[in-house]
Design a protein around this ligand. Sequence first.
Ligand SMILES: [Zn+2]
Length: 446
Amino acid sequence: MNNLINDMFNISMDDTGKFETVNNDGFVSVTIRLKRKMLYCPHCGTKMVSNGISTKKINHKVLSDRNMLIVYEANRYRCRKCNHSEYEKNPFALKGFSQSILMMNQLMIDLHDPCFNYTMLSEKYNMSINEVILYLDSFVTIPHIPLPCNLGIDEIHSSMAKRRNVSYLGVLTDNDSFSLVEILPSRNKTDLNNYLSFVPRKEREAVRYVTIDMWLPYKEMAQKWLPNCIIAVDPFHVIEHLTKDFDRIRIRIMNHCIYGSNAYYLLKTWHKLLYSDRCRLDGEPRYDHVFRCRLNYGDIKKMLLEISDELRIAYDLKEAYRDFNSRCNYETAEKELNDLIYTFAKVRIKEYEEFLQIMVNWKKEIINSFIRSQATGNRLSNAKSEAMNNDIGSNIRISRGLSNFTRFRKRMLYCHNDRLFYSLTGKLTSLKRNLKKKDDDKEKKK
Ligand SMILES: [Zn+2]
């Protein structure tokens, strides 16, 4: 019991003079008074005497199913010689705070998890949203995070970026440790340039690999500021582009089929068989109500590819590139990619023209994506950082109406960096914007 009290309240039963609990409809109120101790005046060293008690209410919601309040009867002492008076050391809360230390600690740990938005935390800890935000602003400090050896640059869609007439935030990640390095207010050249120009030269020179999607400003900025880096394009983005182009071909062919025909039905209903490797083609046949016979996925796929020669060719090209991407290595990549460029150019499907240009313009970077990181042995790609990007995206979605970019950046860096920690201090600072404007308004009112 003593241990439990110690864990839940940060006091020992031996030091406690009064400990009374009242449980009222799921609301627990705990009145605590500590035993008086021998205290000496910090100014003159005289033994201090009792000077009454003072009651403080401290929010201490450490149980998830009920609110808890500590009614702390703090002992006060007075020096008879110099009249100095003071409270005993408060074991529950920092000076001036009405939230317990234990609870604030737990709140700071929860703030580390991007699945929580501020509203959820305010409800969980029975405090206002503004308090939650104020604690984040005050207790987390973000130092300069050095550029990693294996840097990933990507973007994330957010309305916070729209304030600068763009719709994407820039996201810089460490592709070896899968942590977040920086979030920029937009992915455009100016912001990247600003950020990189302040990074010390030595740090910039230490960046060996940069993985990007095919957004030209990333490449230009990497070439300008990271003199020793090898630039690679993220293989996932290349495949994604190719898949979208193939889909446009499928839709064009479908729209040329007679509505209600078998070909239309196949292209409309079963197109996923042309994209996914996950469907077992040799599985048990099932009855198909259109063809009125039992078919398995393999039969359907075969019929799909017989609809049109162009579809078959487009499909084979797409698969050839995917095969190249998954099987090739750095040594043979150049030759194989050249062969692919030749084949794509020869067939001349108009939806693939943009992809052909990508293969030509980004040839070097595609080949570089087959290089493996020395730290992890993985190919250069943003694939694993993508999971982190998804987390950031989910946080934006669940925190509807985020608008303070500075605070958002801080929270996300805190969430996605195990090396960053918080420290509870008595000082509160807010990252609230337009503070000056509000102060001006107040003065006007005066
Ligand atoms: Zn004194």
